[in-house]
Design a protein around this ligand. Sequence first.
Ligand code: ADP
Ligand code: MG
Length: 630
Amino acid sequence: MAEKGTISIHTENIFPIIKKFLYSDHEIFLRELVSNAVDASQKLKRLAQLGEYKGEMGDLIVDVKVDKEKKTITISDRGIGMTADEIKKYINQIAFSGATEFIEKYKDKGEDQQIIGHFGLGFYSAFMVAKLVEIHTLSHQEGAEPAVWVCDGNTEFEIKDGDKKERGTDIILHIADDSEEFLEEFRIQQILDKYSKFLAIPIRFGEKEQQEEDGEDKDGKKKWKTVKVDNIVNNTAPLWTKSPSDLTDEDYKAFYKELYPMAEDPLFWIHLNVDYPFNLTGILYFPKLKKDMEIQRNKIQLYSRQVFITDEVKDIVPDFLQLLHGVIDSPDIPLNVSRSYLQADGNVKKINGYITKKVADKLGELFKKDRDAYEQKWEDIGVFVKYGMISEEKFEEKAKDFTLVKNIDGKFFNIDEYKKQVEATQTNKDKNVVFLYTSNEDQQHGYIETAKKRSYDVLILDGPVDSHFINHIEQKYEGVTLKRVDSDVVDKLIDKDEKKESVLSDDDKTKVEEAYKKAINDDKNTITVEPMATDDMPVTITMPEFIRRMKDMQAAGGGGPMMFGDFPMTLSIAVNANHVYTKKILEAGSEEEQVELAKQAYDWAMLSQGMLSGKRLTDFINRSVELASK
Ligand code: ADP
Ligand code: MG
């Protein structure tokens, strides 16, 4: 008995559309068919547990075979199988109507092909690579008859009696001429490794060779022989499916190596496990981040019931969490919809919130339990925490306590602690507590030393997100301002309105100013002569905090407000009226000599800012040699 019919419900030419839509992602046909085989096997297991299936179970292995001669790929399972009626119901109607609906919906929208690739077109994705597909199946039901379904990728199919003797399903793909790459074993192995690595039923892809002990030779040395063993592709019980209480640190580290063979050990990890209001399991690892944020992304793998879906989790976890590694497995993440829908999806939002909270809790716990250990890890997790702080309000609320800053003495504080620490010495006349920081300890060394002489403390903020972090602190903590150590002369960094007496008369001041004007010969810069401590430098060059931040933002690309245009390199040059060197300038014999001395002092200041180069540097060296030889 054979029956013929047409599959088409709405569209005559659905296969060309499927093929075209999924162009970029043809390889997922194997993911879909192997997952169906695993589903069918797991369903049988469940039926047996429920007592609804009483027959023998046997070995529930799924086989993938390639026949290069016949140009076929066969996927076989020993799962529940299908009756002819079930084929009609599940293959001809339901799956197909799903696909039709989907294509109707998206065919005009030009949606990203990736998403469409992630849509489980399921069984019909076989037609992306096959010109003919056969299903040979025998249902697990008692007295069931074997059935065969054949379809050539046009809209006609045929169902007839089959001759399959064993329970289960064989899907035979006759590979199309343009898809023969899939007849290469390494290609199939590659796809299985990518998508099937953690499926719950063993997947066998032929055999592989292995060395085995073979007794001892007459000298008592071990002998080895080569044997062929099943090539099982997957680990059916990946770590995230197990209970945390059964696992040791070594287990977690070993699994991390399994996921990322080249990576260093992770710092710590979080085992995720929720079943309400959505299902989610997984393990998130904190890698050693150091300072390079970019190369670390795309390391979290997303699974749905142990089937690999993607490692692009952009829309599912908050941006800052993408710096983490590991796996998330959730059947509740809708994978069949467009990106904008995904962002609005209630489950996705909840998942987002849940993961954020879990990560914050874990960090909080580590911080409380062993602060020293936490501080030691700060170099590696600091970028991550600060980034989370800046970008996620929910995280920020929790992270306040354990977001740390480090000072030049290597001590760590959270912002509240630090504010208390420096309040007494670093509050200015407007009652603002001024945090001083350096973005480069070496380059700003002289300024740091000057600040230390005033008993000021200096923070090190030299990371990739620190310029944003600085703005964030100022926004969130009232009465806190941050200033880089070289943004002003030390007395004005923290302006306490304590007027220093100048030893110079107004007349002398003008003379000094004139000498420097001639020496510097650049009217973009402002020159002031002001009273400072006698042991401060004779000349200090600074760039105001505001201007520098604007420049930084511009350099970082587009962040700065355009109305400011391109900032000229405006420097403030402050001459120390109270320094003996200034007195020396005034007492010099000629104006020429005065200018010469001013040049020298200006160059010292340039040198300490790391700005002396080229002709200016050569002139400076020659002048210094001359002066020293006098
Ligand atoms: P989905 O897996 O999302 O349900 P598919 O298009 O992949 O969609 O499959 C459609 C249906 O066909 C399945 O739900 C299942 O009932 C049936 N099916 C597919 N492959 C098998 C198989 N190997 N064994 C038993 N039933 C299968
Ligand atoms: Mg399926």
